[in-house]
Write a protein that binds this ligand. Structure first.
Ligand SMILES: NC(=O)c1ccc[n+]([C@@H]2O[C@H](COP(=O)([O-])OP(=O)(O)OC[C@H]3O[C@@H](n4cnc5c(N)ncnc54)[C@H](O)[C@@H]3O)[C@@H](O)[C@H]2O)c1
Length: 322
């Protein structure tokens, strides 16, 4: 897919990853329309782009706005709006169905009607469920998600693929590991920083020591990977994992956070977790994605999980200090 001089709709543009993607799309000479209901996104995340003549922001909800009108202006859609809170699915089974599946269906319908042919979609490692092959490649199956969030994203992938084949559209789907970095508002490092600021000698940790083992990727590597994937995609529906080559335990993340905060002898208190030591229902215990496919297309992350987490913690502490 070409990625310059395009007119791109980015949904969820005021969120964590969407806001970084918008900056990169503008840097590459594209025009961007951002659409966000600011339910989780923030206006301040658009500070760097709001004055750019090639950028326009629409505050609106994807379930309510006249999408046809918006799509008539663009020739590509990066659909980043979603509810990404895995934990929520256990207490509210409707939210991921509505905010992820129904919203995506609505958007695809209007893309088909308005002849918008190119779709970029951020999916997730959670579509693999508890994979028995690690590192997990894109063609691993069967995919058996254990969270409603994972199920909703897999359903979106299936819808996107079927719309592409039905209406001659093209898609690039990314399955992300845990993405960290500036403007992230919901991950384990924030939870730890917040708790340690309140009580510097004690840290309450969800799960059973040493916790889950997962892979983390910095948002700068993630966005660079997406751009390469879009530009080099060959298949009508191309799927790429984006992650790093190592994984970290929750204990190691706690050690990195306490080191970066300059704290010593913090007493870790493990809650014991649920269903065999998981942090919450639907939490995958072991996740590492194979990134060989995107590496063959010319990308590789500059940071491993350890470096990405350390960098993200430094960035979060710096932002809080500002
Ligand atoms: N952060 C990660 O580690 C990660 C991992 C895998 C996949 N993803 C996916 O990447 C995408 C972006 O994630 P993120 O971490 O930046 O999340 P985020 O919550 O920061 O961003 C989502 C944005 O979508 C907006 N939004 C939500 N529902 C909307 C609606 N109905 N109408 C309009 N706007 C709406 C929110 O206000 C927010 O700005 C999501 O699709 C998520 O599922 C994220």
């Amino acid at each position: 897919m070409r990625l310059e001089n395009r007119k791109v709709l980015v949904t969820g543009n005021a969120g964590f990853i969407g806001s970084h993607l918008v900056e990169e799309l503008l840097r590459k000479g594209n025009h961007v329309v951002g659409l966000d209901n600011l339910s989780a996104g923030k206006r301040s995340f658009m500070d760097r782009v709001i004055m750019d003549d090639s950028f326009r922001f629409i505050e609106g909800d994807l379930l309510a706005v006249d999408l046809g009108k918006v799509l008539r202006e663009v020739d590509m859609v990066c659909h980043f709006a979603a509810n990404p809170d895995v934990r929520l699915g256990a207490s509210n089974t409707h939210v991921h169905f509505e905010q992820n599946i129904e919203v995506t269906y609505r958007l695809l319908e209007e893309c088909a009607r308005n002849d918008v042919k190119d779709i970029i979609f951020p999916s997730t490692s959670t579509v693999y469920g508890e994979a028995t092959v690690i590192p997990t490649p894109e063609d691993y199956g069967p995919q058996i998600p254990i969270s409603i969030y994972g199920a909703s994203k897999l359903a979106c992938e299936a819808l996107i693929s079927s719309y592409c084949h039905t209406f001659d559209m093209n898609a690039v789907i990314y399955r992300f590991a845990n993405v960290v970095g500036p403007r992230s508002t919901h991950n384990v490092t924030h939870d730890f920083i917040r708790k340690l600021k309140e009580q510097p000698s004690f840290l309450d940790i969800l799960g059973r020591d040493p916790g889950t083992h997962k892979s983390y990727v910095h948002v700068s590597d993630c966005v660079r990977g997406m751009v390469i994937g879009i530009e080099r995609a060959k298949d009508q529906v191309e799927i790429f994992n984006i992650g790093s080559k190592d994984r970290l335990s929750v204990r190691r993340i706690a050690d990195i956070v306490t080191q970066e905060m300059g704290l010593k002898e913090v007493d870790y208190h493990w809650t014991g977790g649920v269903k065999g030591g998981r942090g919450w229902i639907g939490d995958v215990k072991d996740m590492l994605l194979s990134i060989e496919k995107l590496e063959r297309f010319g990308w590789s992350p500059k940071m491993n999980s350890e470096a990405a987490i350390r960098q993200a913690v430094k960035e979060a502490l710096r932002m809080e200090g500002d």
